[in-house]
Design a protein around this ligand. Structure first.
Ligand SMILES: *[C@@H]1O[C@H](CO)[C@@H](O)[C@H](O)[C@H]1NC(C)=O
Ligand SMILES: *[C@@H]1O[C@H](CO)[C@@H](O)[C@H](O)[C@H]1NC(C)=O
Length: 606
């Protein structure tokens, strides 16, 4: 027996160069490898020691663990395989390594008389990492990992993403052409150098980094018996911080008011090209881009919606097929979606025969089967020659929808302003306005400049705008032959009127002013929604208290002579907190008018 140990001793001492094991402080554990390939002696003792400590015992195994003499520092932090004495695998797991664990460790076996030193391990607990910053939308980013050149043939490298608990890639460099399939999330986005053994450059190139890729990456190199580690902290920054977007939107709006025509669109394009698709009226189709560099699960649900008040569904893809029954009828038969979900996803939507009514912000959202949002992107579709108007508040008396041209317009036969639903808002033909052609909703509410052909200013003044007027308006100019000389779009955004008052106030006014001289037989009704209650009714020339809800009896008042003055405001006396909610005034009859007022009555704080 002594003879055998002696032989082994000679054999092992030739390999006694310390094995280097590197690990990062903060990792869950590190494995100190130690393998014994010979016969296990009777009554064996396996020892892990650290000679610079007293007591020097890190872990001791007889028939079972015997930790009576263990150095306190390692208390509860070490373990060995239960069947170590049968398998010869004496590797030690050391949990929560810290910097002070950096040292030389020795694994040895003894039969009670002699001790055989099996492995020396030089453990290095590191805390210095490389930091890499990149902007989202960049072509690629390199996560550096370099070591000595001319690595042995059997070296292997592993890249792991520490935060996501998954292995990104494992490369056995003996066969570097055959990179193991990268983790699904990375969709083949990772790439390593071909010649990595010779150069020692094991850096990982990650294509199209996104914010989800941020986090700690560890490059582990298995070189001979050494286990070397390098950590890279990757930070992928948002391409465009949201505050900057907000500033840009303001800027663009400002520009909208100041500049017109080509310059305007140059600016918009310049600032917002990533989010905006511009199209000429009359094209066959337009593609709304939505791409992701991540692989999406097979059972992901893709939903394209429009930015209308009702979030109408433009296209739905689920269970591996298009769900045409779920899309809004306006889009039926007009959409087509690319869907290579498993390749880095291209979920772009083709919208056929787009018209100005399709001017909108479209949102492409990808949900997991469980309903979590995996990705969301906005695409703004606009037609060239487009402007946007947002009155500061909803109480403005009028708003101007811009339409200006430097064209020589003397030959013009007709200027037509239309609303998205194709209703005629204002028609100017043969030198004069044509009020009989306009839709009743706009009667007495529109005005165009005098001398418009000479000045080229075809802007429309729309009086008493309410949230009902939130829409897209098109200004079209026709020549005598009927050809379109000019077409411009204006989106009008009107906010819903909001009124705030404190409980205890004598009264509050829900304002609504519209055109004067409403028809004598018009009916005016103020209603409350959710739950629906009638607040005040005016018809046949007088108030109708019999039709109003109990709660509002004797609490409402409207102006005298309201049809003539067009002031349909409602005074609500002794407002209570429970009066808060959505109110709407509607005028019925030959003409139609409506306005919503959101009332908030703040309770008194005692
Ligand atoms: C030895 O055991 C450890 C777990 O304690 C394991 O991770 C390692 O792969 C084993 N080594 C061999 C060569 O089987
Ligand atoms: C590397 O590959 C060659 C040929 O494919 C093979 O003969 C050799 O054993 C491999 N080396 C290692 C260390 O796996």
């Amino acid at each position: 027996m002594n003879m055998l140990l002696l032989l082994l001793l000679i054999n092992v001492s030739q390999h006694a160069l310390a094995v280097v094991v590197e690990v990062y402080a903060g990792e869950r554990s590190v494995l100190l490898p130690c393998q014994f390939y010979s016969f296990i002696p009777e009554e064996p003792t396996v020892m892990w020691t650290r000679s610079d400590l007293n007591p020097k015992s890190v872990h001791l195994r007889r028939y079972e663990d015997d930790l009576r003499g263990q150095n306190q520092r390692y208390s509860g932090r070490t373990s060995m395989n239960p069947d170590a004495l049968n398998s010869g695998n004496f590797s030690l797991t050391l949990r929560t390594p810290t910097k002070t664990d950096s040292s030389n460790y020795t694994c040895s076996i003894s039969d009670g008389r002699e001790e055989l030193r099996l492995t020396d391990i030089q453990l290095q607990v590191k805390d210095q990492q490389v930091e890499v910053k990149v902007e989202e939308g960049s072509e690629s980013v390199i996560l550096p990992c370099k070591t000595k050149p001319d690595l042995p043939e059997d070296t292997s490298v592993e890249w792991t993403h520490s935060d996501q608990e998954l292995t990104v890639t494992q490369v056995h460099s003996n066969n570097s052409d055959h990179l193991k399939q990268l983790d699904n999330l990375y969709c083949g986005r990772g790439k390593m150098n071909k010649d990595l053994l010779r150069t020692g450059d094991l850096s990982l190139t990650l294509k199209y980094p996104t914010q989800r890729d941020s986090g700690g990456y560890i490059c582990t190199i298995y070189r001979d018996k050494d286990i070397l580690r390098q950590k890279v902290e990757l930070q992928v920054k948002e391409q465009f911080p949201s505050w900057a977007k907000a500033v840009l939107v303001l800027l663009v709006l400002l520009v909208l008011f100041v500049v017109s025509g080509g310059l305007l669109f140059y600016f918009r394009h310049y600032f917002m090209s990533a989010y905006q698709v511009e199209v000429d009226p009359g094209v066959e189709s337009v593609q709304l881009p939505c791409k992701t560099t991540h692989c999406l699960p097979k059972d992901a649900i893709v939903e394209w919606k429009d930015g209308s008040m009702y979030d109408r569904k433009v296209h739905v893809y689920q269970n591996g097929s298009d769900q045409s029954n779920k899309q809004h009828e306006d889009y039926r038969g007009r959409t087509e979606m690319k869907r290579s979900l498993l390749k880095p996803g291209d979920l772009s939507l083709t919208l056929k025969h787009p018209t100005d009514e399709d001017t909108n912000t479209y949102t492409c959202t990808v949900y997991s089967k469980e309903g979590n949002i995996l990705m969301k992107k906005d695409v703004v579709l606009i037609f060239r020659d487009y402007a946007e108007v947002k009155p500061e508040h909803s109480e403005v008396e009028y708003v101007e929808l811009p339409c200006k041209t430097t064209l020589h317009l003397l030959e013009v036969a007709k200027v037509e302003w239309k609303e998205r639903g194709n209703r005629k808002v204002h028609v100017y033909e043969n030198g004069s306005d044509q009020p009989e052609e306009q839709h009743q909703d706009y009667k007495e509410r529109t005005k165009m400049n005098e001398d418009l052909l000479r000045t080229g200013d075809l802007s429309l003044t729309l009086k008493y705008p309410t949230e009902e007027d939130y829409s897209i308006y098109t200004c079209t100019v026709y020549s005598v032959e009927g050809n379109i000389l000019l077409k411009k779009q204006v989106k009008l955004k009107v906010r819903v009127c909001q009124v705030e008052v404190e409980e205890g106030a004598e009264s509050v006014q829900l304002p609504f002013k519209t055109s004067q001289n409403l028809p004598g037989d018009a009916e005016v009704e103020w209603v409350h929604y959710n739950p629906k209650k009638t607040i005040h009714v005016y018809k046949n020339g007088s108030d109708q208290p019999g039709e109003q809800d109990q709660d509002y009896r004797d609490r409402t008042k409207m102006n005298e002579d309201l049809l003539r003055t067009g002031d349909l405001s409602l005074t609500l006396k002794t407002p209570k907190e429970s009066d808060s909610g959505e109110y709407k005034c509607i005028v019925y009859g030959k003409i139609w008018r409506a306005k919503t007022v959101l009332l908030k009555v703040k309770g008194q704080t005692i």
